[in-house]
Write a protein that binds this ligand. Structure first.
Ligand SMILES: *[C@@H]1O[C@H](CO)[C@@H](O)[C@H](O)[C@H]1NC(C)=O
Length: 221
């Protein structure tokens, strides 16, 4: 009984520790079949990608069932992986992708590779705004907006779907990182955004889309 209580107290402490904002989470996804990598900050903020590797940096990770020669190159890394992950996931609560999405050219032919991402969850104001709506971002007096990320498209069937015909909500593989929110709002105390194809371009014609974005308010330096 005492032991049980003790271990649940320890478990609780460990859980709390994992949930602090600075904790870095590591996800490693082996590149064999089509595998999914999921970054998740749904409970505690928005994603901020710290490091990402597509390739291989040791002989142990994802080595199960592999031949030694497939593990031989431990300095294999695809350039641009970190940027690709940041563009795709920063500022979102959940981000799912697979290695096919970020693979450009094969950085080390014949070597068994994996995608490893280190990320943290930052506290932020997170917002989803449907196409053809306006939103305004507002910080307290003396503070300025700092946009973490903004994506326009559709990744979910149920969001912004009320009374829309099914064919407008069924494409859930459409998302484009957009820079105009940051360009318009960063460093300002408030700003307003029209969520439309005119503003962001149309990443998937015929689909009813939404903007997902997150920002924080900072005191200017
Ligand atoms: C992620 O963090 C771990 C632990 O600090 C480190 O060993 C690993 O190399 C990091 N991964 C990347 C891709 O930088």
């Amino acid at each position: 009984m005492l032991f049980l209580r003790l271990s649940s107290a320890l478990l609780l402490t460990a859980t709390c520790f994992l949930m602090t904002a600075d904790a870095i989470e590591t996800v490693t996804t082996c590149d064999n079949t089509i595998s999914v990598q999921r970054l998740n900050c749904a409970e505690n903020g928005v994603i901020s990608v710290q490091e990402a590797l597509y390739g291989r940096s040791d002989r142990v990770t994802c080595s199960e069932g592999r031949f030694p020669h497939q593990l031989a190159d431990t300095s294999c890394s695809q350039p641009g992986t970190l940027d690709a992950l940041r563009r795709r996931c920063n500022g979102r609560k959940v981000c799912e992708l697979n290695t096919d999405t970020i693979k450009s050219t094969d950085p080390c032919y014949g070597i068994s590779k994996y995608l490893q991402t280190n990320y943290t969850c930052l506290p932020a104001i997170h917002r989803i705004v449907c196409e053809n709506s306006f939103t305004s971002l507002q910080c307290d007096e003396g503070q300025v907006i700092n946009v973490y990320g903004a994506h326009y498209g559709r990744l979910d069937r149920s969001i912004c779907s009320f009374q829309r015909p099914a064919f407008e909500t069924q494409n859930v593989l459409c998302s484009r990182p957009v820079s105009s929110v940051a360009e318009r709002c960063n460093g300002r105390n408030s700003c307003s955004i029209k969520v439309s194809n005119g503003e962001f371009g149309d990443p998937c014609y015929g689909t009813f889309k939404y903007l997902e974005m997150s920002y924080t308010c900072l005191y200017p330096e």
